[in-house]
Each structure stands twice: as C-alpha cells, then as structure tokens.
Ligand binder design. Structure first.
Ligand SMILES: Nc1ncnc2c1ncn2[C@@H]1O[C@H](COP(=O)(O)OP(=O)(O)OP(=O)(O)O)[C@@H](O)[C@H]1O
Ligand SMILES: [Mg+2]
Length: 455
C-alpha cells in the first residue's frame, strides 16, 4: 500500500511519514504541486494526502488546482485533503472537485489512520462493482430478513455487505417505509461490531436544548433539570453502531455538535471536563432530500460530506415492481405463521393488481395490507376485490375528519393538507407520511392547491 504525501511543510511530511511507516504503509513525500505531478505521471498510489496551501498563498486555490490535475491522471485514487479547521468551506469545495475526505490540522493520529483505512477500503470496493446474484449475496452475508431480488436492491445489498466491516459512516436515503432501518441493522449485523450495541436515535424526536445531553450524557446537576447522571447515546453505542434516523431534522446548532464527534471521534459528557473517545460506527438515514436542504442552507455542507462518504439510496417499492409478489407472499406467510393460521394464497389477478399500485407508504404499506388481508380473510385465496377494499379505505381514512358536506374531493384534499401542515408546523416529511403520500406527490398537491410551503 503506497501513500503519497504532498505538503510543502517538511515537518508535516516527516511526522506523517513516520506515523504511516509505523503502520506498514509505504510512503512517498513530495513538497510541491509540480513535483507531485511528475511523480504521479509514473506511479499510482493507493491514496494521496494533500495539503491545500503551497508557497505563500493561503486561500487554498493551489490545492484545488492540484486536485483537479491529479483527478485527470487518477480519477479513482482516494484523496484526503489536509486543511486548517478554519477553512472547512475550502474542504467542502475540494470534495465537490473529487476529494474523498478531509482532515483538519492539527490532526488526530487515530482519526487520520482511520480515515486512510476507510478510504482505501472504499476505493477497492469501488473498483470491483459486483453483479452478484441473490444466492451469492446470501452465501457471503447474513441478509435473510431482507426480501427482494430486484437489481437495484441487490446493488444496495451488495455494497452494504462490502462496507459492513469497515468503519465508514453510511448515509441511507429513500422514501418512508423502503427499509432504511432494516438495512442499517443489516450493516451492523454483518460487521465485527455485531455483538455490541446497535443504538437507534430518532433525531426528529430530540429538541435542540436536549441534544447534547441525549447524545453525550450529563452529570447530575450540570443543568437545572439534570436530577441524575445520564448516559448518552454515544456511550451506549461504544464499540457498536449508532443509527441516527431522521438526520435532516437536526437544527443547525445541533449539526455543529454532531460534526465535531464525527470529525474528531471525541465528545464530552455535559458537566464533565474529561474528553472521551468514541469508538462508534455511525449510520444516518433520512427520507428528505439533503441536497435541496444544502441549497436552502438548512443543512451544513461539511456535515453532509462527512456523513455521505458512502451513500446508499433505497429505491421506492414502485421502482422494483418485480419484488412485490415476493414481498407480499413473504408477509402473508409470516403473518399466518405468527397467528397460527393456515397458509393462504394471492390470486393471479390480485398479484397483478398489487403490481399496479403506487404504494406511497412502500414496503410498510404492503406489509400492513397483507396482514390485514390475512387476519380478515376467511377463504383460502386473497382476491383483487379484497385488496381493493383495504386500499380504498387506507386512501380515504385521512379524510374522515374533514366534514364532507358539499365539498368536492379536491376541496377535502386541500383542507386535509392544510390541517396536516398546521399540525406538523410545515414539516413536509411528516405531513407526507401522515397523509400516506410520497413527498413528490405532496409537492405536486401543494402546487395544485396553491398551498405555501418551505423549499
Ligand atoms: N426488503 C424487505 N424485506 C422484508 N421486509 C422489509 C423490507 N424492507 C422493509 N421491510 C419492512 O418494512 C417495514 C418498514 O421498513 P423500515 O422501518 O426499515 O423503513 P424506513 O425506510 O426506515 O421507513 P421510515 O423512513 O418511515 O422510517 C419494516 O417492517 C421492515 O421490516
Ligand atoms: Mg425508519
């Protein structure tokens, strides 16, 4: 494993070289962009550590310029930028130009080594895009509770399996009910952390004032309501995995606090001065569009790039229609077994009908539907008509609170959306979930009814 260090500061080069050779990496050091490009024309390192400033300039332009040139010769070699903490915006720009990670000066040796290891592992995985069959995947990984054979899902599972043993932070995105939590759990189960805790935290449910105390814990008396010591979620997850669900719900102030623990792998319990090390694998999830939030300034770019090193997008159920029969039959069997009921079947027409549904609630909705059918059905076969009853009911249940009177369906729809927006204070994800709509479908309805919303 060869690592190229590019830095004009000889002291930095020397101490990095010492650290890395101790860890059995081969190291090459170069002091200027020109020298490094000469070397890179003839060699391919496993990873590059790159300073952003050379000569007297301190705006980082030289680093960005060099990065772009390096990318031409070596599009796949991971590049870690070394920047001052103050120039985090620069690092973000670097990531946009193809750097894989950044580390701030003065660096923490352990974090740096971890980042190097992650980036090399991830690059190896990237070089080898797999087209493994479901059978092959099942041989390699424990994924038995995840049903599906659609190529897009298989790609997700294959990457999830490969990155499971690494320390990399993973971002899971996808609509509500697509299986984000299930996949987060699978990543933990397939890692060597599986015997340690998997701690789930719903960030949507934690207020800004309690964020630190929830995540890092507090000592009795450290603030007015701290009547007893409290163990934080990071400490509970020590040695294991923390699953930060609904990451998009974090306030900007809390985002900074989370960034620090992700960046430096350290935190402090409120009311204590000691700095603790966090050996915790972080998996984040959201059903919101984080890139839109970056543009709107409601999600920090540096945090985004920190959690986004590995991004798995889980497709909506309507994008993997071929999995619908497999999943439906799985849920029927599971429900019959759990309730000691004789097995029942889906008719051919019922299967075709299911495949035509849009399932805004995705797999969760399909699962609920199948369970209702199994529990209510007296015969041996679930017919299309049985499904129709439940699907119609579930689509109209949200409207039962609206006094129908002489209103048209459109008016009722509009009223339901406005009410839900009031109740959830304009939180689009929650409104969509409550109304059983995808976010896209909800946005289309905002436009149609001219309901104001935040982008
Ligand atoms: N591929 C799958 N095979 C079997 N069951 C699945 C699959 N995907 C999801 N499920 C089931 O569907 C339900 C919803 O999944 P999960 O909670 O992981 O979704 P989510 O993406 O986290 O949703 P939300 O955004 O609403 O939190 C769970 O009961 C889960 O077990
Ligand atoms: Mg979830």
């Amino acid at each position: 494993m060869k690592i190229l260090i590019i830095d004009d500061d000889i002291a930095v080069c020397t101490s990095l070289k010492l650290l890395l050779t101790q860890k059995k990496y081969e190291v090459e050091t170069t002091c200027s962009p020109e020298e490094s490009l000469l070397w890179l024309r003839q060699h391919t390192p496993s990873l590059i550590l790159m300073d952003m400033n050379y000569s007297i300039e301190t705006d980082g332009r030289e680093g960005l310029d060099l990065l772009q040139k390096v990318r031409i010769f070596h599009p796949l070699v991971p590049v870690i930028l070394i920047t001052g903490w103050a120039s985090i915006a620069l690092a973000v720009e670097g990531i946009k130009l193809g750097a894989t990670d950044f580390i701030s000066k003065p660096w923490d040796n352990e974090s740096l080594l971890q980042s190097i290891k992650n980036n090399i592992q991830w690059a190896e995985i990237n070089h080898d895009p797999s087209t493994a069959s479901r059978k092959e995947l099942d041989k390699q990984y424990q994924l038995s509770n995840i049903i599906g054979e659609h190529p897009v899902l298989m790609e997700v599972l294959s990457v999830a399996g490969k990155i499971a043993p690494t320390m990399s932070t993973v971002l899971l995105t996808g609509e509500s009910g697509t299986g984000k939590e299930l996949i987060a759990d699978a990543i933990h189960q397939n890692s060597n952390r599986k015997n340690k805790a998997f701690v789930k935290v719903n960030l949507g449910g934690i207020s800004e004032t309690l964020f630190e105390s929830e995540m890092f814990g507090h000592k009795k008396g450290s603030f007015t309501d701290a009547v007893a010591d409290r163990i934080g979620r990071f400490q509970m997850a020590e040695g294991g995995t923390i699953f930060l669900d609904e990451i998009a719900e974090l306030s900007l102030a809390s985002q900074v606090k989370l960034l620090r623990v992700l960046q430096e792998h350290t935190y402090e319990v409120l009311g204590e001065s000691e700095t603790l090390k966090a050996d915790v694998r972080v998996i984040c999830a959201t059903n919101r569009n984080l890139t839109e939030m970056l543009k709107a300034g409601t999600f920090r770019e540096d945090l985004y790039y920190r959690i986004n090193l590995i991004h798995l997008h889980i497709p909506a159920l309507r994008q993997r229609v071929t999995d619908i029969p497999l999943l439906a039959n799985h849920f029927i069997r599971q429900c019959c077994y759990a309730n000691k009921l004789p097995e029942i079947q889906l008719s051919k027409e019922a299967i075709s009908y299911l495949k035509m549904q849009s399932f805004p609630g995705n797999i969760r909705e399909l699962k609920n539907l199948m369970e209702r059918c199994v529990l209510m059905k007296t015969g041996q076969v679930i017919e299309q008509a049985d499904l129709e009853i439940y699907l119609e009911n579930s689509q109209s249940h949200t409207k039962t609170n609206v006094k129908a009177g002489l209103a048209t369906l459109d008016e009722i729809e509009k009223e339901a959306i406005i009410k839900a927006m009031e109740v959830f204070k304009g939180n689009v994800s929650r409104v969509a979930r409550t109304l059983g709509l995808s976010r896209g479908a909800l946005y289309r309805r905002f436009e149609k009814h001219e309901i104001p919303y935040e982008h």
